[in-house]
Structures are given as structure tokens and as C-alpha cells.
Ligand binder design. Sequence first.
Ligand SMILES: C[S@@+](CC[C@H](N)C(=O)[O-])C[C@H]1O[C@@H](n2cnc3c(N)ncnc32)[C@H](O)[C@@H]1O
Ligand SMILES: *[C@@H]1O[C@H](CO)[C@@H](O)[C@H](O)[C@H]1NC(C)=O
Ligand SMILES: *[C@@H]1O[C@H](CO)[C@@H](O)[C@H](O)[C@H]1NC(C)=O
Ligand SMILES: *[C@@H]1O[C@H](CO)[C@@H](O)[C@H](O)[C@H]1NC(C)=O
Ligand SMILES: *[C@@H]1O[C@H](CO)[C@@H](O)[C@H](O)[C@H]1NC(C)=O
Length: 222
Amino acid sequence: MSPIILILQLILFLLAFPIYVLNFLGIWDSIKKDLFSNLSDFANSSKELNVLEIGCGTGANFKFYPNGSRITCLDVNPNFQSYLSKSQMESDHIKFEGFVVASADNMTTVADASMDVVVCTLLACSLPDTPKMLEEVRRVLKPGGAFYFLEHVASTDDSSFISYLQKILNPTWSLCLDGCNLRKTTWKDLEQAKFSDLKLRHIQAPNVLMPITPHIVGYAIK
Ligand SMILES: C[S@@+](CC[C@H](N)C(=O)[O-])C[C@H]1O[C@@H](n2cnc3c(N)ncnc32)[C@H](O)[C@@H]1O
Ligand SMILES: *[C@@H]1O[C@H](CO)[C@@H](O)[C@H](O)[C@H]1NC(C)=O
Ligand SMILES: *[C@@H]1O[C@H](CO)[C@@H](O)[C@H](O)[C@H]1NC(C)=O
Ligand SMILES: *[C@@H]1O[C@H](CO)[C@@H](O)[C@H](O)[C@H]1NC(C)=O
Ligand SMILES: *[C@@H]1O[C@H](CO)[C@@H](O)[C@H](O)[C@H]1NC(C)=O
């Protein structure tokens, strides 16, 4: 194929999948490292940590999980299943418990009160019904279990330039990027989700594309 076509294909890919590309470059890694640093505080009384990651994609978060944790992966896209079982054979610091193909707002095959931790990063923007997803998360968590999240959200300052940019870009952005909504107020859903405790911070992520700078990060306890 001609080099021009390859270059144009690459440019189009970079434009169409900015979150995957930024993820690959490790843009969120320092925030994630910090967020996941005390995941093991939630291990069960046999010192095992049962984690469900929803919207796991290619497993970009695995390297942050404590040694020996038992990971169940869930993604609506079944293509990640074969990708993950391969990458799992190659890394053995975590135990791969299985892959569930389902939507995070309807994960009926995951049992009630079966997980110590549920992890969700960069997923809520493309979920039409976040409250339903949070209801499911609370269902599968054990009492005292934790829901860890990192999401890009709407700017909280309606008069800011970023807010202006989000309003202008949003219709096209969400059409081109698999329903990714730049203007979600996911923190409000978390506040209303009946967790017993919520540690939530609003941060400006460095080095990401400007319209997705505002993020929320933290964890909620069932
Ligand atoms: C932007 S990627 C984030 C991947 C990973 N969590 C990370 O932080 O690198 C979003 C992932 O969510 C998945 N996804 C989208 N809608 C979903 C849904 N309704 N239920 C479960 N997963 C979903 C996509 O297939 C994709 O793997
Ligand atoms: C996690 O670490 C932070 C900061 O080090 C601390 O404030 C918080 O209490 C810890 N969370 C848990 C559940 O231990
Ligand atoms: C802790 O998790 C492990 C692995 O899933 C399980 O076998 C064990 O029964 C759990 N312990 C308790 C006390 O729930
Ligand atoms: C996990 O195991 C690896 C290799 O076995 C070791 O280098 C690393 O320090 C361990 N990490 C923790 C958090 O125990
Ligand atoms: C939830 O998922 C189950 C099985 O995966 C499916 O049968 C059911 O129709 C789904 N419910 C909704 C509301 O989508």
C-alpha cells in the first residue's frame, strides 16, 4: 500500500480513537497509580482481593492491581476477550478469573455481593444510563466493598472556555466517538447512588485533549 494511504489511515485512527491513543501513551498512568495504591485495603478476611473491572478494554489498568488479586473482566465488546486471555497468559501477577460479555448497566451473570472492589475508568462517558450502572455496581459489591472510578466529565464552571468548547464539540464528538458524551455530570449520579461513603475529587488531568480535561476520581463504599 502506498505510504500516503498508510499515513492517512494512521491520522484518521488517531482522530477517531483519541482515548485509546492517550491511554496507550500512559497519559492517565500517574493518576491511576495514585488512585489504585490502596486497593488492597479492601481485601477480604482471607487476604484475597476479588476485583471486577467494568469496561476493561485491553486491560490498561491491570498493571496497577496488587499481586495476587483475582480479576473478573467485563466489557460489552466481545473482541477484548481473546485479546485479554492472550495478554493474561503473559503476565502472572494477577489471577484472571474470567471474562463477562455484558453491558455494565445490566451484568446479570455477576452474582450479588460477590466483589470486594469494582473498578471503572473512562467508561461513564459512553453509558446512556449511569444510575442504572451504579445500581448494578452496588448489587455486585459486598457490604463494605469499594467502587473505584476515574472519569472525564463536564466542566463545573459554566462560564469557562472548556465548558464552551464542550458545548460546541459535543454533538459531533459523541457521533464520531461511539457515544462518548463530553458533558456528563457523573459526580451527581455518584452523590445520589446511596453509597455509605464517597471520596470524590474534581481534578484537571494534565496533557489530555482540552475538551476532556475535567475529571472526577475517587472511590465510593457500599
Ligand atoms: C475508553 S475505553 C476504557 C478502557 C479502560 N477502562 C481504560 O481505562 O483504559 C472504554 C471501554 O468501555 C467499553 N464499553 C463501552 N460501553 C460499555 C458498556 N455499556 N458496558 C461495558 N463496557 C462498555 C468499551 O468497549 C471500551 O473497552
Ligand atoms: C487511601 O489512601 C488515602 C491517602 O493515602 C487515605 O486518605 C485513605 O484513607 C485511604 N483509603 C483507605 C480505604 O484506606
Ligand atoms: C476471599 O476470596 C477468596 C477468593 O475468591 C475466597 O475463596 C474466600 O472464600 C474469600 N474469603 C471470605 C472470608 O469471604
Ligand atoms: C509483585 O511481585 C513482583 C514480582 O514477583 C515484585 O517485584 C513486586 O514488588 C510485587 N509487588 C508488590 C506490591 O508486592
Ligand atoms: C440484560 O441482559 C440479559 C442477558 O444478558 C438479557 O436477557 C436482558 O434482556 C437484558 N435486559 C435489558 C433490560 O437489557
